[in-house]
Design a protein around this ligand. Structure first.
Ligand code: C2E
Ligand code: MG
Ligand code: MG
Ligand code: MG
Length: 283
């Protein structure tokens, strides 16, 4: 009976695998449609600057408003887009959308930077870099207001190409940020070869920084080291006040997380920014 049960389990496992594959194949076909039929949305998550207690920056996060599956988060379709070479089109869409929104915010006298996530494999793609350069030149985004978030692995794939291409973006006034820092294999001294402005410490370390001694040490020493290298630090995934307090005490520059705000559509963001402008910031 044990063997029979195992057989059943195995079949259930096979069925689940088959369902996942089927879902991926149908999603793959729909990805092209998503771009063409304008089903992609960009939402923005505020980053609080701790020194001024103001929202001075946001991160652009992609959503897919799927006709039957509903609002889909990127973890469900970005990896697929990366594997099937659709990520370049998607990223150019996010880039254009974000710059368009930024230019709109500037008109309203709201000063805010915005970050766009760039997949690791795009950093070493000449075709993508050239296309992105064209967008940056055409759309004339204000210098030092646009941030590209790249993961450590981007730099590890082909360090020379990564450095060269990031320099090209830097020359066009884009700031470079290392995303999900701490989850990869690289060291800060290695990353130092890149034209970096910012380091984002991964949620995995940040979330327990105030309760777990070794996570707290990691976060604190990373902040100190980043500062000594002239980099600013963003901590992501802050859900508790005690965590924010810990980061404040340890000199973190920007805080991002559900405690501060969830990702939101541009109209909601504008309301939040305008409201924050009228109310004096407090503690
Ligand atoms: P990421 O760049 O590290 O973005 C942060 C993720 O953490 C976002 O998830 C955000 O909603 C979530 N988050 C923020 N604060 C909290 C918090 O306090 N608690 C928890 N549990 N989560 C929080 P999201 O939007 O689902 O995006 C997931 C990942 O998908 C992103 O991680 C990024 O790697 C990727 N992604 C999103 N948009 C794009 C895009 O336009 N292009 C590319 N290449 N990747 C993207
Ligand atoms: Mg990011
Ligand atoms: Mg991140
Ligand atoms: Mg992440």
């Amino acid at each position: 009976s044990h063997a029979a049960n195992e057989g059943k389990l195995w079949h259930a496992h096979e069925d689940a695998e088959a369902a996942i594959i089927e879902q991926r194949v149908s999603l793959m076909g729909e990805l092209d449609e998503a771009i063409d039929a304008e089903q992609l949305r960009v939402v923005y998550q505020p980053k609080l600057r701790l020194e001024t207690n103001r929202i001075e920056s946001v991160e652009a996060l992609l959503r897919w408003e799927h006709p039957t599956r509903g609002f889909m988060r990127p973890d469900l379709f970005i990896p697929l887009a990366e594997e099937t070479n659709r990520i370049d089109r998607m990223t150019l869409f996010v880039l254009r959308r974000t710059i368009t929104d930024m230019l709109e915010w500037c008109k309203g006298d709201v000063v805010v930077s915005a970050a766009v996530n760039i997949s690791a494999n795009l950093i070493t793609s000449d075709r993508f870099v050239e296309a992105a350069e064209r967008v940056l030149k055409e759309m004339r985004v204000p210098r030092d207001r646009l941030i590209f978030e790249v993961t450590e692995s981007a730099a590890m794939l082909d360090p020379e190409a990564a450095a060269r291409n990031l320099e090209r973006f830097r020359a066009l006034g884009v700031l470079i940020s290392i995303d999900d820092y701490g989850t990869g294999q690289s060291t800060l001294s290695y990353l130092q070869r890149l034209p970096l402005k910012e380091l984002k410490i991964d949620r995995a370390f940040v979330q327990n920084a105030h309760t777990n001694r070794s996570d707290g040490l990691m976060v604190r020493s990373t902040i100190d080291l980043a500062h000594s290298l002239g980099l600013r630090v963003v901590c992501e995934g802050i859900e508790e006040q005690a965590c924010l307090d810990f980061l404040r005490e340890n000199g973190c520059d920007y805080a991002q997380g559900y405690l501060i705000a969830k990702p939101m559509p541009p109209a909601e963001l504008i309301e939040l920014l305008e409201k924050a402008d009228k109310v004096p910031a407090n503690g």
